[in-house]
Design a protein around this ligand. Structure first.
Ligand code: SF4
Length: 273
């Protein structure tokens, strides 16, 4: 994005204690603060990290320095206290455009290869994740890539997340992960209007799908999303029916025609380790 501000920061800690909402995780890990993808529905806009900042969400990214050094230290301490289950990331995308050059996420994964946590979920929507397949292979079943694919319709994606990577690039990345034997899931979250072809597109690529929406999945029963005003986009497109608590059933029913039911998870269950 033009005029985006990048700042190098020196955090004191990198591994944060997991909050109650993410069940099954002991820690969260955010290589960056802020996010260039700037999704219209991003609920981080309503969180302190964004509210206390003067700049608009999506226009700034803080790049955490010495992150791997901190992680190595904190991981070995945390492992002495119990199982270390990491969610990376909760309030940024670890494969931000800045990651091409900065490699903070890659350095964190290298630290995890040397000092493996019990589990790490890598949540992204970026094809850049494919660059680190060599490291995921070394983490084996301790890692799962969760690739956000909210819809199969590129014109819908462009309406809601114009700065995010194209859907085709994400599907291609899921294919590469599957070819390399890396555990991965397609995360339809938040679900956007999609076509009946969507399940058939994902079937050859994954054996795990997670479906979530604003009402189950924004941590506040949809209140945060309402404040952001994303409903206006649905209205503009004449697709209000997709902005309803029951809309996920349309997608769910389509998916269980194509996938075994036990491979299709709803909301929080789909993010669990
Ligand atoms: S990629 Fe995630 S963190 Fe970044 S703007 Fe989109 S929803 Fe928010």
């Amino acid at each position: 994005m033009a005029n985006e501000s990048h700042t190098y920061t020196y955090p004191k800690t990198i591994l944060n204690k997991g909050s109650g909402y993410l069940s099954g995780y002991s820690h969260t890990l955010n290589p960056y603060a802020g996010c260039s993808f700037s999704c219209s529905y991003c609920y981080v806009r309503q969180m302190p990290i964004s509210l206390f900042r003067q700049e608009q969400w999506g226009t700034w990214v803080d790049i955490k320095q010495d992150a791997a050094k901190l992680l190595r230290k904190e991981l070995s301490l945390a492992k002495r206290k119990g199982a270390v289950m990491i969610f990376m990331s909760t309030s940024t995308d670890p494969y931000q455009p800045a990651e091409y050059k900065e490699r903070v996420t890659r350095s964190l994964l290298e630290a995890m290869v040397d000092e493996p946590p019990d589990f790490v979920l890598v949540q992204t929507r970026s094809p850049l994740v494919r660059r680190d397949i060599d490291l995921f292979a070394q983490l084996g079943d301790k890692v799962r890539i969760s690739m956000t694919v909210e819809t199969d319709l590129e014109h819908i994606r462009k309406q809601f997340t114009p700065e995010a990577p194209p859907i085709a690039a994400r599907l291609k990345t899921l294919q590469l992960l599957a070819d390399a034997g890396i555990p991965a899931q397609a995360t339809i979250a938040p679900l956007l209007p999609s076509s009946g072809r969507f399940p058939k597109l994902l079937k050859p690529l994954v054996n795990r799908v997670c479906i979530d929406d604003y009402f189950m999945g924004d941590g506040s029963g949809g209140k945060r999303t309402r404040k952001i005003g994303v409903e206006a986009i649905y209205k503009r497109l004449g697709l209000e029916d997709w902005y309803k608590p029951g809309a996920y059933r349309i997608v769910y029913d389509r998916f269980i025609e194509e996938f075994p039911e036990e491979q299709v998870y709803i909301s929080q269950k789909g993010f669990e380790p």
